[in-house]
Structure formats: structure tokens, C-alpha cells
Design a binder for this molecule. Structure first.
Ligand SMILES: C[C@@](CO)(OP(=O)(O)O)[C@H](O)COP(=O)(O)OP(=O)(O)OC[C@H]1O[C@@H](n2ccc(N)nc2=O)[C@H](O)[C@@H]1O
Ligand SMILES: Nc1ncnc2c1ncn2[C@@H]1O[C@H](COP(=O)(O)OP(=O)(O)O)[C@@H](O)[C@H]1O
Length: 286
């Protein structure tokens, strides 16, 4: 039986401005998604039923797992009776603000649409994706930097990449996205900068004066409740990063470096037990 192995890349958020709250409880936001070179690997083998195993025993592999939920949503939408056995090599920390689970869900939708020969349209896949998670559409349809609005599902491919090395650090604190959205300090009345234009001036024009616009609205509350997370941002700044920020709802923190040697030096200075990844400039999801 043929087995297909696919990598599911994680993301960081360059700027994350929460602009309001919808009647359904979801928040509207503006953010720039950027892919990083930290990934899970999922192996797919056709089978009569839908099942999965996972290298991380802390992650349930029941109907709540986003890989299973994605497979089920395709079965229900298409009416297919085909199945799949999935093996998830879990390397992206979860509760990290890196979208690892969302990326896995998007990979399952994309691969099973091909494997099961369903020919579900991109529009319909997008609808299935957003029901699985607000971040899932980004991983379904984008490869590089994307500007996102709505709940994170209205996407625009920016067509350029980050010109820096990205050091991403997980300080071993799992932060629930629900907790973060319940506890962030609201600033809905604040003037919203044009993140799309600023990202272009920053990445293409090299205008570092744009960096302060890329605030993460989760950061103040997360730093107040998790001082170890605040300390990672301070350590990256002390190591000479040109910009550092919480990613998503956290707890991962990333720093941007112009020189690889400075990025590697910064990684050495951080606690040994913190998981870290280094992404080169120009990275996109293959
Ligand atoms: C915060 C962000 C930023 O990219 O990512 P992570 O930090 O999770 O990676 C996303 O908005 C997370 O997207 P995702 O993790 O897919 O969230 P979902 O599973 O759809 O929603 C989990 C819960 O978060 C809240 N939620 C999520 C997205 C959003 N725009 N507004 C919300 O209020 C809702 O309470 C929802 O029930
Ligand atoms: N395959 C999966 N990988 C990671 N998290 C998963 C998966 N399936 C379900 N989850 C649940 O989703 C949440 C994390 O999702 P993820 O997209 O990684 O969020 P975050 O970006 O906040 O880390 C966790 O609470 C985890 O229990």
C-alpha cells in the first residue's frame, strides 16, 4: 500500500491587531502570517476507515484531533466512504501560537482531496477549513507572507518574503487560544495602521522605522501572566534582534536577525530546555 509523507509548516504573526468582537464571539483582527521552518510530518496510507497515531502521547488521537476532524469534514462534505490511516510526527509545540494544529488540518484537507480523488473546489475547501479553525485557511492556500483580516480567514498573498533570519522559541508554557482571547487588554478604539503597506516598506524597502507598528495585542496580558515569556523577548532584544514579538496568542516568541551568527548566538543564550527553530531569509512553505 502506497504511503505519502507530507510536512505541515508552522507560522508566526508579524503584528496582530485585534479590532473588534463579532456577535458569534469571534474577534476580528489584522495580521501578517509568515511561515517558519518548524513542521510536523504526516504520513497517509489509504485504508477502509479513518484512524491516526501520534508521536506525542499528550495529544489525543480521537475525534477531537484536528487531523481526524479534517478527514471527517471531507467525508461528510463529499459523501465518500474512503478511509485513511495517518501517522503524525508531532514536532511543532501546541498551545504555542504557531498554528501547528491548524496547519495539520489544512494538510489533511489538501492531501485527502487528492488521495480520495474528490476534486472539491478551493472555495469549498476554504469553507471546510474555516470551520476547523480561523487559522486553517492560511495554511490551505498560502505559501509565504499573507495579510489576513476578518477572523484570520480573509487572506491576501503579499508576494514577498521576510529578509531576516527568524529565531522562534517555545518557553515550555502552553497558552490556550481561548484564554488569550478572553484575557487580552482591549484597544478596539485605537487607530489601526496599514499593516499591508507597512510590511511592504519594511520587507522590500528596508524601512525598519515600521517595526513599532507591528504590535501583538495579546502580548501585554500574556507577559503579565507568564513572565518567562516576557523574559524570552528581553533575551532576544539583548542578543541584538532587530525585532522581537510574541507569535499569535503565544507562548512562542520570535526574533528577527540580519546575521546568521547573531541568530545562532541568541539561540545558545536561551535556556537549554526551550525548544527553538531557525528559519532562513526568504523562506516559503514548499
Ligand atoms: C490567535 C491566532 C492568531 O493567528 O492563532 P494562534 O495563536 O492560535 O496560533 C488565531 O486567531 C487563532 O486561530 P485558531 O487557533 O484557528 O482559533 P480557532 O480554533 O478557530 O478558535 C479557538 C477560539 O479562539 C477564539 N478566537 C479565535 C479566532 C478569532 N479570530 N477570534 C477568536 O475569538 C474563539 O474563542 C475560538 O473559539
Ligand atoms: N493535530 C494537532 N496538532 C496540534 N494541536 C491539536 C491537534 N489536534 C487538536 N489539537 C488541539 O489544538 C490546540 C492547538 O492548536 P494549534 O493550531 O497548534 O494552536 P496554537 O497555534 O495556539 O499552538 C491544542 O489545544 C490541541 O489540543
Amino acid at each position: 500500500m502506497h504511503t505519502l509523507s507530507v510536512n505541515s509548516f508552522a507560522k508566526i504573526n508579524l503584528g496582530l491587531l485585534i479590532t473588534g468582537k463579532r456577535d458569534d464571539g469571534y474577534h476580528t483582527l489584522e495580521t501578517i502570517f509568515a511561515p517558519i521552518n518548524w513542521y510536523d510530518t504526516i504520513e497517509f496510507t489509504e485504508s477502509g476507515t479513518v484512524s491516526m497515531s501520534c508521536s506525542n502521547v499528550d495529544l489525543p488521537v480521537d475525534e477531537n484531533n484536528l487531523c481526524i476532524r479534517a478527514a471527517r469534514s471531507l467525508q461528510h462534505f463529499s459523501g465518500t466512504s474512503k478511509g485513511v490511516s495517518m501517522t503524525l510526527l508531532k514536532q511543532v509545540p501546541f498551545g504555542a501560537g504557531l498554528g501547528g494544529g491548524s496547519s495539520d488540518a489544512a494538510t489533511v484537507l489538501r492531501v485527502l482531496n487528492e488521495l480520495w480523488q474528490l476534486n472539491v473546489s478551493q472555495t469549498d475547501l476554504h469553507k471546510l477549513a474555516v470551520k476547523l479553525g480561523a487559522d486553517v485557511p492560511y495554511f490551505l492556500s498560502m505559501k509565504g507572507l499573507a495579510y489576513a483580516r476578518g477572523i484570520g480567514d480573509e487572506l491576501e498573498d503579499l508576494g514577498f518574503t521576510l529578509p531576516w533570519y527568524v529565531v522562534t522559541v517555545f518557553p515550555e508554557e502552553h497558552i490556550s487560544t481561548v484564554w488569550a482571547y478572553r484575557n487580552f487588554y482591549k484597544r478596539f478604539d485605537r487607530q489601526i495602521p496599514d499593516l499591508k503597506k507597512s510590511a511592504s516598506e519594511l520587507c522590500l524597502g528596508g524601512n525598519k522605522a515600521m517595526f513599532p507598528l507591528f504590535e501583538n495585542d495579546f502580548e501585554p496580558a500574556v507577559f503579565d501572566h507568564f513572565p518567562a515569556v516576557r523574559a524570552v523577548k528581553s533575551a532576544l532584544l539583548d542578543a541584538g534582534t532587530v525585532f522581537a514579538s510574541l507569535s499569535g496568542s503565544g507562548s512562542a516568541v520570535f526574533g528577527l536577525f540580519e546575521e546568521e551568527r547573531d541568530a545562532l548566538e541568541a539561540m545558545k543564550r536561551l535556556p537549554e530546555n526551550y525548544r527553538k527553530s531557525l528559519t532562513p531569509p526568504g523562506f516559503t512553505m514548499a
